[in-house]
Design a protein around this ligand. Structure first.
Ligand SMILES: Nc1ncnc2c1ncn2[C@@H]1O[C@H](COP(=O)(O)OP(=O)(O)OP(=O)(O)O)[C@@H](O)[C@H]1O
Ligand SMILES: C[C@H](N)[C@H](N)CCCCCC(=O)O
Ligand SMILES: [Mg+2]
Length: 251
């Protein structure tokens, strides 16, 4: 099988890109794919509980990206491969660009692109999560729009379902298209229990005004933090086989 990748963008920060990416990774693995995960540059990183760890490339890790940890745990990637998943972990609830500037960290943007494509080449299916909304500053003049366009992967957009979500979805989608990012489907992730009528009509209007399918709508997850339970729950809202067909154009 050809090695494939999917990039994950969102209409904003905190819309659930990491939550949904973890779920999609678990589904892909359950469907028989070997799965890679990349969160190339992350802010909001926190100190590791055990001070300093070294990964298998002997890279010193003293900050932990919680997003990377969640993605790794969702598909069973060991701690020794943290650097593969997350080359740059930066402190502070800021854009990665600002977080890097504040920490005097130099991000090798070209290498981040190369690294991501290298990971994509090693697994059947690799998920690549950005940070925040699509134009979040990454480093220097580069934003996640530049990065997502550079890696040229089919893309899933995560949207919330609240009042205002039609506008956020259409703007993000149009901006992505205008910059050469191939958005193939939307997943609505409702973390707030939106009124069912509003949610249904928002989904219909997102499809109507973006021309893209909404491939699933997840309600707030309130179950236990058990992998198999969450996977079963996710499968009742997302048909993964159909999703891979829509996004990856195969079978
Ligand atoms: N369907 C859901 N049910 C319950 N909680 C959710 C759901 N989706 C997301 N969350 C929670 O909402 C918060 C924000 O989600 P998440 O971290 O995935 O957002 P994000 O889009 O990845 O943000 P960032 O831009 O920082 O990467 C997290 O605490 C996550 O666990
Ligand atoms: C820090 C947060 N958790 C995200 N990872 C980064 C969000 C950057 C938002 C930038 C912006 O659009 O204002
Ligand atoms: Mg995230």
């Amino acid at each position: 099988m050809k090695q494939l990748g999917i990039s994950i963008i969102g209409t904003d920060t905190d819309v659930g890109k990491t939550f949904v990416t973890g779920l999609l990774g678990a589904m892909a693995q359950d469907d028989g794919f070997s799965v890679g995960m990349v969160k190339p540059v992350s802010s909001s990183a926190v100190p590791f509980p055990e001070c300093i760890t070294m990964d298998e490339d002997n890279v010193r890790n003293d900050l932990e990206s919680k997003d990377a940890t969640y993605l790794m745990q969702s598909v069973g990637i060991p701690e020794s491969r943290r650097h593969e998943v997350n080359p740059y972990a930066l402190a502070g609830d800021y854009s990665p660009r600002l977080a890097a500037e504040l920490a005097d960290v130099v991000i090798d943007y070209d290498d981040v692109v190369r690294h991501t494509l290298d990971v994509v080449s090693r697994y059947d299916l690799t998920f690549v999560e950005g940070a925040g909304g699509i134009t979040t500053p990454l480093y220097g003049d580069k934003t996640f729009t530049d990065f997502m366009a550079a890696i040229e992967l089919p893309t899933i957009m995560i949207a919330d379902g609240r009042l205002g979500s039609i506008n956020r979805a259409v703007l993000t989608c149009e901006y992505a298209k205008a910059h050469g990012i191939f958005v193939k489907a939307i997943i609505v992730n409702d973390t707030t229990l939106v009124d069912p009528f509003l949610l249904k009509t928002n989904i219909e209007d997102m499809e109507r005004y973006t021309g893209l399918p909404v491939a699933g709508a997840l309600p707030p997850y309130q179950g236990p933090n058990i992998h198999s339970v969450r996977l079963g729950w996710g499968r009742s809202f997302i048909d993964s086989e159909q999703l891979w067909k829509t996004v990856l154009d195969f079978r």
